[in-house]
Design a protein around this ligand. Structure first.
Ligand SMILES: [Zn+2]
Length: 370
């Protein structure tokens, strides 16, 4: 990371919304496994609530009466209707902070902005678990162990007792057993359909009931009847990756692994390495002529929030070119790339650019001559 990088300043309206989003993420951590939320509410949510009330009073707008009232706003009222001035975020008419009881992608994008301003998210489970995997692998000088652990949880958002036993037997260093056990929790009964759990046909994650949409996946945007996905009988003892790991590791991991596969399939003696040197960035590719490119895959729903949070791609391990890469599905959102380019100008220099996945593949093909 370069020394000149500074975190962009946030306006009072932005700070208010970011505090609320952060509070919701913390609340969601607390209620995991179906345990009801205990009072007091997380501090950022309380603070966000009182700041929002004050802003509403100043603007003469209707205000939430209590934190539970604010939580129903978060479910029902689109962010673009909130009395906050945030035109640059380009919220769409269905962007809310909560979908049913679950924080939306936009909510987690906003909460990530808090992470760059304070240590507010540092206690979250996923950071602690991934950090211990990092430490154990680093002490054993085993960068591949780190990569394989991460690859396993991305490809196994749901695992049976026997999947986990098999994995434990192959773990090296053995000390990774503890973070593996900590990464999963028993799948909740609330997701059962009869005696079976249903998995997402796209990504293998557990499907849950949704009042309006039927069966939904919180890792990809799947909604439907889930008929074509894997079904696992509850007798097999089913485990589910913890929410923070699903959201911060497994969900972004899907496009990372997909890009790794697409690059490997190009052939042409291209060297492809995931999370080089303990995750300095997402992918490093080296061409037969020795030129290296660094790639960071970013899949945020809101590209303006992403641009505010993003940091320059670390210069080590070294590279000649660097790219922020967005999944092709994001092309459907108008201005996605332009909004990012305009707001992330400070990091798009020194041979760094931003583009969609297929455009990167085309560039690589051209250079390889395949
Ligand atoms: Zn899915």
């Amino acid at each position: 990371m370069t020394g000149s990088y500074t975190v962009p300043e946030l306006s009072p309206d932005e700070l208010t919304l970011i505090r609320i989003a952060t509070g919701i993420m913390q609340l969601a951590e607390k209620v995991q496994g179906g345990k009801p939320a205990k009072l007091p509410y997380p501090a950022p949510l309380q603070l966000g609530f009182s700041q929002l009330s004050k802003l509403c009073l100043l603007k003469g707008a209707a205000r939430p009466k209590s934190v539970p009232d604010l939580l129903s706003w978060c479910q029902q009222s689109p962010l673009k209707d909130w009395p906050l001035e945030l035109p640059e975020y380009n919220f769409s008419s269905d962007d809310t902070l909560l979908d049913d009881q679950i924080p939306t992608q936009v909510c987690s994008n906003l909460a990530e902005l808090a992470g760059s301003n304070s240590q507010v998210l540092a206690e979250l489970t996923q950071k602690r678990i991934i950090y211990s995997v990092f430490e154990i692998s680093q002490q054993a000088n085993a960068p591949d162990a780190y990569v394989e652990f991460r690859r396993f949880i991305i490809t196994h958002p749901v695992a049976t007792e026997s999947d986990l036993v098999k994995r434990r037997l192959n773990l090296n260093p053995e000390a990774l057993t503890k973070p593996l056990e900590e990464a999963y929790e028993p799948a909740p009964d609330s997701c059962l359909v009869g005696d079976c759990y249903q998995c997402c046909p796209n990504c293998g994650n557990l499907l849950r009931h949704h009042i309006k949409k039927g069966r939904v996946c919180d890792m990809c945007d799947y909604a439907g009847d889930g008929a074509t996905g894997r079904r696992i009988h509850k007798q097999e003892e089913v485990y589910w990756l913890k929410q923070g790991l699903r959201r911060y590791i497994a969900t972004p991991g899907i496009p990372e692994l997909r890009l790794e596969k697409r690059l490997q399939e190009l052939g042409g003696n291209l060297e492809v390495k995931l999370w080089p040197e303990f995750d300095r960035y997402d992918l490093r590719i080296v061409f037969p002529d020795g030129e290296a490119w660094a790639i960071d895959v970013k899949d945020w729903k809101n590209s303006f929030a992403l641009a505010k949070k993003v940091e320059p791609i670390p210069s080590d391990p070294p590279w000649e070119r660097a790219y922020f890469v967005f999944p092709d599905e994001r092309r459907k959102q108008s201005y996605y790339l332009n909004a990012f380019r305009e707001a992330a100008e400070r990091v798009l220099k020194n041979k760094t650019d931003a583009l969609f996945e297929s455009d990167l593949i085309d560039k690589v093909k051209k250079k390889l001559g395949v």
